[in-house]
Ligand binder design. Structure first.
Ligand code: MN
Length: 205
């Protein structure tokens, strides 16, 4: 399997006015691309690792040769996290919340959609420095969690359904230091169909 940047499902301006075109373009074409380039460079002398999806390497970092562990964690993590981040978003639509089995599971595990939204937003706002907020599957339950830098819940045996990048590069051009405004705006471009598809993969009926 070749690790490469997946094409965006939307043009750079497709998430306007919530995420501005310039930020999306720089974030995707520069930041995400650089994570991928540095990840590939870190494993270039290891054909066995090069042939594996970054996500598989991140699942158990302790199995990796020590020399590549840190760059895989940082750059492989950055590459994998952004794959999910772009896929989790879509141009604004009428579908502003999950339905079906995912909604039911949110009610059971997280107190419903409104409670989830509030807790997730609070978690994202509360991250000190750079990192990510996540909705994950953990032992058959939905859970909200956060990671610092480019760490991923995959390394902790959790399966991500939804993620939000709160590195400043994801919002600073439009929102400056106002992370809370960015988080609030981001809800309008969450692709709940994508999150439901991931949910179906990790929660088999
Ligand atoms: Mn980012």
């Amino acid at each position: 399997m070749e690790n490469k940047l997946a094409a965006l499902k939307y043009p750079f301006n497709g998430l306007e006015p919530y995420l501005d075109a310039e930020t999306v373009e720089i974030h995707y074409a520069k930041h995400h691309q650089t994570y991928l380039d540095k990840f590939l460079d870190a494993v270039k002398d290891h054909p066995d690792l090069l042939a594996m999806p970054a996500e598989d390497l991140l699942r158990d970092l302790s199995r990796l040769p020590e020399a590549v562990r840190k760059p895989v964690r940082n750059f492989g993590g950055g590459f994998a996290n952004h794959n999910l981040f772009w896929g989790n978003m879509a141009p604004p639509s009428d579908k502003r919340e999950p339905g079906g089995a995912l909604l039911g599971r949110m009610e059971a595990d997280l107190g419903g959609f409104d409670a989830f939204r509030e807790a997730f937003g609070k978690a994202a706002a509360g991250i000190f420095g750079s990192g990510w907020a996540w909705l994950v599957e953990n032992n058959g339950k939905l859970e909200i969690t956060t990671t610092g830098n480019q760490d991923t819940p995959i390394s902790g045996a959790k399966n991500p359904l939804l993620c939000l990048d709160v590195w400043e590069h994801s919002y600073y051009l439009k929102y400056r230091n106002r992370r809370a405004e960015y988080i609030e705006a981001w809800w309008s471009v969450v692709d709940w169909n994508d999150v439901e598809e991931r949910f179906a993969k990790f929660f088999r009926a």
